[in-house]
Design a protein around this ligand. Structure first.
Ligand SMILES: Cc1cc2nc3c(=O)[nH]c(=O)nc-3n(C[C@H](O)[C@H](O)[C@H](O)COP(=O)(O)OP(=O)(O)OC[C@H]3O[C@@H](n4cnc5c(N)ncnc54)[C@H](O)[C@@H]3O)c2cc1C
Length: 404
């Protein structure tokens, strides 16, 4: 069962930064401690839900860290934050990997065994403990994610796509890039000739003694695990993201705020003067994706926080709406506000971006344009995710130079 009830910061000023501050007092021991699974997970930041929704930007986290510590003392933490940007860039430039995953997923059935494991009845009690923790708290430590995914793929020989979907349903930080690509990496599909295997001895080294002793049943199934054979496939050729400044805007336009970027006040949209601002909780989409109630509540609260700050910044009362069909809701709002264009940060590859064609079509029917922009930092950094992480880390040195 779950070790601790964790709650995550759904607001920028009042909780994400407090959590960051609290974590920074121990960040220097991160490199040494981060792989250990401890009750309460105080050795890692637990900031991922706030980072994933961009209540805080990756660069802000690094900046705050560097203000306190010289780079060499916090490099491991910085690298992990950069891993997220690497995965993001890798998938943004190869969106077919996401669409293939979604297609595969739609053709798969949840077998009885898959359902047993996701409901915490696998018979390997530490894995059942992790499944319970994920469902109850919306979070799993990185090492637990690796072990659980490796158990699913290599021990139980279940399709990685179903396991990845289970994670996305519950993880408050659920992210198309980090999740899909990490699952592919565990399965041996990401790096040729490499996969991640779960080993009993590894759990014995890194899991808190009390947690493991209370969940020792079935550990023998994690001995001598052999990898699931995979046929290596070359990844698609990366297509660089276009830069593209915001075009001049004429007439009345509105800003759409969504959960992929909740920091509009510091974005390419910040200098605009919109006639309307709105954030939508797309419950139809969330239900279709089978997001847990707790995840939906977290996302709603984060959206409300982003809408409040965004409205305050633009000096307009922002709308915060719970809606069923997102494309209809955006179009109805835009028509009601007599807008000629809706402007937004471009959602990253994932479930929300999959809605864009419908949104665009629906708006166009009413003669309204959809204008999507990216942060120039994102474009510069993500376009460097052409090969492996360490090459990316070297190539992005100049992008981190402003932090030194
Ligand atoms: C199978 C699997 C699925 C995953 N699914 C997701 C997901 O849906 N969303 C998600 O954000 N992360 C995912 N991760 C990556 C990682 O596990 C989480 O980002 C991390 O555990 C979040 O906890 P934290 O904030 O305490 O991390 P910390 O250790 O405090 O790291 C700080 C930040 O760095 C980033 N980060 C750290 N490790 C990684 C990593 N391995 N890959 C990418 N970014 C990283 C995160 O933004 C994190 O908040 C997955 C990993 C695996 C193995």
């Amino acid at each position: 069962m779950a070790s601790d009830d964790l709650s995550f910061p759904p607001s920028r000023r009042h909780s994400a930064f407090q959590q960051l501050e609290a974590f920074l007092s121990s960040v220097e021991s991160y490199a040494e401690r981060r792989n250990y699974l401890e009750p309460g997970h105080g050795n890692v930041s637990r900031l991922s839900p706030a980072i994933r929704t961009r209540l805080v930007l990756e660069t802000e986290i690094i900046e705050a860290t560097r203000k306190r510590f010289p780079a060499h003392r916090v490099e491991k933490f910085e690298q992990e934050v950069w891993w997220r940007l690497y995965w993001k860039g890798w998938l943004e430039m190869r969106p077919s990997v996401w669409s293939e995953y979604r297609e595969d997923l739609s053709g798969l059935e949840w077998s009885e065994r898959a359902l047993e494991i996701t409901s915490g009845k696998s018979g390997v009690s530490i894995m059942d403990h992790f499944a319970g923790e994920l469902i109850e708290t919306g979070y799993l430590h990185n090492h637990a994610r690796m072990w659980w995914a490796a158990f699913w793929v290599h021990v139980e020989k279940l399709p990685w796509q179903l396991g990845a979907d289970f994670f996305l349903r519950y993880l408050h930080d659920g992210d198309a890039a980090s999740n899909t690509l990490s699952w592919r990496w565990v399965a041996g599909l990401h790096t040729k000739g490499k996969c991640y295997l779960v080993r009993r001895s590894n759990l014995e080294e890194f899991v808190d003694r009390e947690i493991l002793d209370a969940n020792s049943e079935g550990l023998e199934r994690l001995e001598g695990v052999s990898p699931l054979p995979v046929i290596p496939v070359d990844p698609p050729v990366p297509v660089p993201l276009p830069g593209g400044a915001l075009p001049p805007l004429k007439g009345r336009f509105g800003c759409w705020i969504h959960d992929e970027d909740l920091f509009l006040e510091s974005s390419p949209l910040s200098s605009l003067q919109p006639s309307a601002v709105a954030a939508f909780c797309p419950t139809g989409l969330w239900e279709r994706e089978c997001y847990s109630k707790e995840k939906q509540i977290f996302l709603s609260k984060a959206l409300e926080d982003g809408a409040g700050r965004g409205g305050g910044h633009f000096g307009i009362l922002s709308a915060f709406l719970t809606v069923d069909v997102l494309s209809d809701a955006i179009a109805e709002w835009a028509v009601e506000k007599k807008l000629t264009a809706v402007v937004a940060m471009r959602p990253f590859v994932g479930p929300l971006a999959d809605e864009l064609p419908a949104i665009e079509t629906r708006l166009r029917k009413s003669g309204i344009e959809l204008i999507l922009v990216r942060r120039s930092d994102d474009v510069a950094i993500m376009n460097k995710a052409t090969a492996g992480f360490f090459g990316f880390w070297k190539k992005t040195k100049e992008d981190r130079a402003f932090l030194t």
